[in-house]
Design a protein around this ligand. Structure first.
Ligand SMILES: [Zn+2]
Length: 395
C-alpha cells in the first residue's frame, strides 16, 4: 500500500470510528449529555493530526498515550491497533485487539472486524494457524466480512494454495461487485504452472486459457501456453508469444528466450530480429530488445553493427550493467582489446553479480528478479523493471 493510500485508509477508519463514536455518544446523550472522555485528551487531537499528515510513528505514540489514559476506548483501540501493525509493532497490535475483543458490548460487525484484524496481526507475525482461526471466527460472527475473506485469500496465496485462494477471490469479486479479473487470472496461471510441472498438460492448458479469458495482461499464462505448444507446433507457440508481446510490450523481454526457441524450431530465426527492431522503434528506451538484437548480430558476424546498437542503448540506460558488459564482449569480438583489457573483461564476467533491478509500483519493494506477485505488499503484476534516467547534463 502506498503511503497516501495507507493514510486514506486510516483516515477512513478514523472517520468510521468517529461516526461510530458520534452514534454511541448520541445514544448516551439522553443519559449523560457527555462526549466520550478520550476525545478531551490533547493526545487524541494530536494523534489525529499526525495521522492526517502521514506521520504514522508519531501518531501511534500519541494514540498509545490516549489508550493508557482511557483503556476502554473502543474507537481508539481500533485505530491504534492498525497503526501499531503498520509500523511493525505487531505484538502490541495483537494485545490491543485481544483487549478490544474482551468488551462485552461490541456490535456484531465490530466484533467481526476486530477478529479479522487480529487474524491479519497473526498473519503478519507468521502465526498462520492462529491467523486462519481468527479469520474463521470473524466469518462465523459475520459471514460477509470482507476483511476476513480478503485475509483468508492472502493466507492461501502465501501457502501457495492457489485453488482455495481462487475460490475465495471469486466470492470477493462477486461481493465487491468488481469486474476485475486480474488477480483471478494470475491465480489460474499459477494453477496452470503447477499442472504443467506435474505433467497434466490438459489441465494446464485449461487453466492458462481461463487466465487469459479473465485478463489478457496475465503474462505468465501466455508463456505457459506457448510452452505447451513449443514441441508440437512452434509456429503456433511463436504466434502466442507475439500476442503476449502485443498485449504487454513492457514485458516482452520475458518472452525473448521462448520466442528465440520457437522461431528457431519453426525455421524462421530472422523473425526474432524483426520483432526486436519493432520493439525498439516503439520504445527507444527498450534496452532489452537492443541487447537481444545486438547479441544476435554479434553471433552472426555483425559485431560493429551490434556495438552501435549497444552504445545507443547505453545513452538511454547508462545504469544498466548488463549493457556495459555486452559492450565489452562485443569489443572483444571485434578484436580491439589488448591482453590487459581482455583480462579485465574475463575478471568482470567471472566475478560481477549482474543484478536486474525491479521495483514494486505499489509499495516500492525492490527485487533483483521479475516476480509476478510482490512479496511485500502481496499485489499481483505490480513489479516492473526499475529505470534510472541519465543524470542532468548528459544526453
Ligand atoms: Zn509491493
Amino acid at each position: 500500500m502506498t503511503d497516501t493510500a495507507l493514510v486514506a485508509v486510516l483516515l477512513a477508519t478514523v472517520a468510521g470510528a468517529l461516526a461510530g463514536g458520534a452514534w454511541a455518544a448520541g445514544r448516551r446523550k439522553a443519559r449523560e449529555r457527555q462526549r466520550p472522555l478520550f476525545r478531551s485528551s490533547p493526545h487524541y487531537t494530536e494523534g489525529l493530526h499526525l495521522l492526517a499528515t502521514g506521520q504514522l510513528e508519531a501518531a501511534t505514540h500519541e494514540l498509545g498515550k490516549v489508550l493508557r489514559e482511557h483503556p476502554g476506548a473502543v474507537e481508539v483501540q481500533q485505530v491504534a491497533s492498525h497503526l501499531y501493525r503498520e509500523v511493525g509493532k505487531v505484538e502490541r497490535a495483537i494485545e490491543i485487539h485481544r483487549d478490544l475483543l474482551a468488551h462485552k458490548d461490541l456490535t456484531r460487525s465490530e466484533r467481526a472486524h476486530a477478529l479479522a484484524s487480529l487474524g491479519t496481526d497473526y498473519r503478519k507475525a507468521g502465526f498462520l494457524d492462529r491467523a486462519a482461526q481468527a479469520y474463521a471466527d470473524a466469518l462465523q460472527v459475520d459471514p460477509r466480512n470482507l476483511h476476513a475473506l480478503a485475509g483468508q485469500q492472502k493466507l492461501h496465496e502465501e501457502q501457495r494454495q492457489w485453488r482455495e485462494a481462487y475460490e475465495i477471490q471469486t466470492r470477493l469479486v462477486r461481493m465487491r461487485k468488481s469486474g476485475d479479473g486480474l488477480v483471478l487470472g494470475f491465480l489460474q496461471a499459477e494453477m496452470g504452472r503447477e499442472a504443467l510441472a506435474a505433467g497434466r498438460r490438459d489441465a494446464a492448458e485449461e487453466a492458462f486459457l481461463t487466465a487469459l479469458s479473465l485478463d489478457r495482461r496475465v503474462f505468465p499464462a501466455h508463456l505457459g501456453l506457448a510452452e505447451l505448444w513449443l514441441d508440437r507446433d512452434p509456429r503456433r507457440a511463436a504466434q502466442l508469444l507475439e500476442d503476449a508481446v502485443a498485449a504487454a510490450p513492457e514485458r516482452a523481454y520475458l518472452a525473448f528466450p521462448a520466442l528465440q526457441k520457437a522461431y528457431a524450431a519453426a525455421g524462421e530465426a530472422s523473425r526474432f530480429a524483426a520483432l526486436c527492431e519493432r520493439l525498439v522503434s516503439q520504445d527507444p528506451r527498450d534496452w532489452r530488445a537492443r541487447l537481444a538484437l545486438a547479441r544476435q548480430l554479434r553471433d552472426g558476424g555483425g559485431a560493429s553493427e551490434a556495438l552501435g546498437l549497444l552504445l545507443r542503448a547505453l545513452e538511454a540506460n547508462p545504469h544498466v550493467l548488463l549493457v556495459h558488459l555486452e559492450v565489452w564482449r562485443t569489443l572483444r569480438a571485434l578484436g580491439t582489446l589488448g591482453p590487459e583489457e581482455q583480462r579485465y573483461v574475463a575478471t568482470v564476467e567471472g566475478s560481477a553479480v549482474y543484478v536486474d533491478p525491479h521495483i514494486c509500483t505499489v509499495c516500492r519493494y525492490r527485487t533483483d528478479d521479475m516476480l509476478w506477485r510482490c512479496p511485500h505488499c502481496h499485489e499481483w503484476n505490480t513489479v516492473v523493471e526499475e529505470r534510472v534516467s541519465p543524470a542532468a547534463g548528459t544526453r
